[in-house]
Design a protein around this ligand. Structure first.
Ligand SMILES: Cc1cc2nc3c(=O)[nH]c(=O)nc-3n(C[C@H](O)[C@H](O)[C@H](O)COP(=O)(O)OP(=O)(O)OC[C@H]3O[C@@H](n4cnc5c(N)ncnc54)[C@H](O)[C@@H]3O)c2cc1C
Length: 265
């Protein structure tokens, strides 16, 4: 059996980004006012695991670190077809930066035990550092391939994948266990089915707090974060319209001058 762990982050619904507020004290995002959804690229990660489960003997575990409400996104992944769901939930995990998040997830993965493939999205839609996947691999001391856009071969102990580059791709062969971060080019995520939702009703979510992971409070959350966000401010984007009069040549000349004035040209 191939054991796949999919890391799924609960993010503020991008459609409600305008309602996201910043905690003036901890300089972290206040997630309670905006509904949490599955991070868009983690749906591609889930889809990759589900497609493999349709071909091979695969066990899918979903792992998330987040507030109690993140339980809903784990449940959603169970309804899509995951076998087990795990939620790392403890106030001590709050305010974690990318390293502390990766550390906590890596400890969760070690506690789950069996893993051959760990699939993450390339980036989250809120923090978007793209660091968590590679940092999980570094902490677990296993290889990582980022920006996977195609799984070419998926043998029991070795995968061959195409990973995006600006103008092309790298063909990577990697010995398992390994971490893969995926892009949206990899697949088209399936949507929830009624039968899947019904089946998920009986699937329990395993919830772990800091005491279950056996790690000190200094290693997780805000305390365990080597990076401190000292300032987080939202910028006002102002759009101004200017109608340019004159002939086509005059308009073009005016525009070139304008762009030169603002340093674009
Ligand atoms: C605006 C903003 C700027 C930030 N800047 C920084 C910064 O410069 N440095 C820094 O260290 N932190 C930063 N953070 C904090 C960082 O975003 C959080 O620590 C976050 O929990 C993890 O990083 P990420 O979302 O960027 O992950 P990414 O690396 O972008 O996420 C990639 C993948 O990792 C997995 N993953 C990430 N978080 C979780 C989770 N909680 N549960 C399960 N899977 C998960 C998912 O598969 C996800 O697709 C910032 C946060 C915000 C909102």
């Amino acid at each position: 059996m191939l054991n796949i762990i999919v890391c799924v982050k609960a993010v503020p619904d991008p459609k409600e980004a305008c309602n996201i507020k910043i905690d003036p004290h901890s300089k972290t995002l206040m997630r309670c006012d905006v509904p949490l959804v599955v991070n868009p690229l983690d749906k591609n990660a889930m889809e990759a695991a589900l497609q493999l489960k349709e071909q091979f003997d695969v066990h899918i575990s979903v792992l998330s670190m987040g507030p109690p409400e993140a339980g809903n996104i784990v449940k959603e992944c169970l309804a899509l077809g995951a076998d087990q769901g795990f939620l790392l939930c403890d106030p001590a995990f709050g305010g974690a930066d990318a390293y502390a998040t990766a550390f906590t997830l890596a400890k969760g993965i070690e506690k789950i035990g069996a893993y051959d493939v760990i699939i993450c999205g390339m980036a989250s839609s809120d923090g978007s550092t793209e660091w968590v996947g590679p940092e999980i691999a570094a902490i677990l001391n296993i290889p990582v391939v980022t920006m996977v856009k195609e799984i070419v071969e998926s043998d029991r102990d070795r995968w061959k994948v195409k990973a995006s580059l600006e103008n092309g791709y790298r063909l990577m062969q990697v010995k398992l266990p390994a971490v893969f971060t995926v892009t949206r080019d990899l697949n088209t995520p399936r949507t929830l089915s009624f039968s899947g939702i019904i089946k998920a009703r009986t699937k329990e979510i395993t919830r772990w707090a800091i005491s279950d992971l056996g790690v000190p409070a200094e290693a997780v959350g805000l305390k365990g974060s080597p990076t401190i966000v000292s300032e987080l401010s939202s910028t006002e984007s102002k759009r101004e319209a200017e109608i340019i009069a004159g002939t086509r040549e005059e308009k073009a000349e005016f525009l070139v001058q304008k762009l030169a004035d603002v340093g674009v040209l």
